[in-house]
Design a protein. Structure first.
Length: 327
């Protein structure tokens, strides 16, 4: 049979097939008429071997037919009633997995609310901090052994500490950033991510969250610090937890303490705190002969772990839904 007749027959067959087709047949028809092994494709491939005077007209005819069949199939697919025929709207759907805020985010939100009630607002600082703010202004000079308390991820070395950057090892630099741009009375909390070069295990993570607190005014004493910390811990862990201050050392507070909580039958170390070192107040542009203040820095994961008896900190940073769904 001549190629021209073959092409015409293919078109006629496609028209006939489509008349009796249902939506389900669509994919099969596409393959049958437009697929690589379809009669149409075979015929089109033969055209290029024809003598010059036949190739042009037959090529045109072949392409016309191909376009016509494509258009027919498209039109057919667009016939919505066929789709509706095949859908049962009464079948129950799959319930979507609904997300919610991460436990760390929930806890930060809860603490922001709690501290708002005590007149504290929220302050922020950069996660990539300068050496000056992370260390120097907090009374930790380059040669001071206290630098060894923090294993640091350095980012860049500049000509001096104001131009060298690192991933902040704690939220304490926010104290200085805030003091330098405001005047007492100061009441802020600074929740955020902090970074230390740690060997990671069940209780150590290189990335973790802290909540910094800073209060500066005339006549602020250790009594204020105790009261605020006690109220915060009770808010989270319940009214019957006891807190104690244990003497410690931080270069930026004097005196300095660790806060332990008596929880589930043992003392648990929860955070560092103290009265703001007068040098730090001065670095923040505050007259230390007039003002005093307290500061604390709490590990956020730690308090959640205590509350819910979580034994592995790595749960917070993974996608274990069995863990996350419980919050
Ligand atoms: N920045 C300290 C730390 O990360 C905690 C701290 C904050 C201690 C404020 C005293 C005052 O270990």
């Amino acid at each position: 049979m001549a190629l021209r007749d073959i092409l015409k027959e293919i078109l006629a067959a496609a028209e006939a097939d489509l008349k009796s087709a249902t939506f389900k047949d669509l994919e099969q028809l596409k393959i049958k008429y437009l697929g690589r092994k379809s009669a149409l494709s075979l015929a089109l491939r033969q055209i290029k071997d024809l003598p010059d005077d036949e190739r042009g007209p037959l090529g045109r005819l072949g392409n016309e037919i191909k376009q016509k069949i494509s258009a027919m199939l498209e039109q057919f697919a667009a016939g919505q009633d066929h789709i509706v025929d095949d859908l049962d709207f009464t079948i129950p759907g799959i319930e979507p997995l609904m997300g919610h805020l991460h436990p760390i985010t929930q806890t930060i939100g809860d603490l922001i609310d709690f501290f708002a009630g005590l007149g504290f607002s929220v302050a922020e600082g950069p996660e990539v901090e300068t050496e000056e703010y992370n260390f120097d202004l907090l009374n930790i000079p380059p040669d001071h052994p206290a630098r060894d308390m923090w294993d640091t991820f350095w980012v860049s070395r500049g000509k001096d500490s104001a131009h060298s950057t690192l991933l902040r090892t704690h939220t304490s630099p926010v104290q200085l950033r805030y003091m330098r741009e405001s005047k007492p009375p100061i009441r802020i909390i600074a929740p955020g991510r902090t970074f230390r070069y740690e060997a990671e295990d069940a209780t150590h993570s290189s990335v973790f969250y802290q909540l910094e607190g800073l209060m500066v005014d005339k006549g602020i004493t250790l009594g204020h610090l105790k009261a605020v910390i006690d109220a915060m811990v009770k808010h989270i862990l319940g009214d019957d937890v006891k807190t104690r201050l244990r003497p410690s050392y931080f270069p930026f507070t004097e005196p300095s303490f660790e806060v332990d909580v008596w929880f589930e039958g043992r003392w648990l170390e929860l955070m560092g705190c103290g009265m703001v070192n007068p040098k730090v107040l001065e670095n923040g542009g505050i007259d230390s002969s007039v003002y005093t203040g307290f500061a604390f820095g709490m590990g956020i994961e730690r308090i959640i772990m205590a509350k819910y008896k979580i034994t592995d900190i790595r749960n917070f940073y993974g996608t274990n839904f069995d863990f996350l769904k419980q919050f």
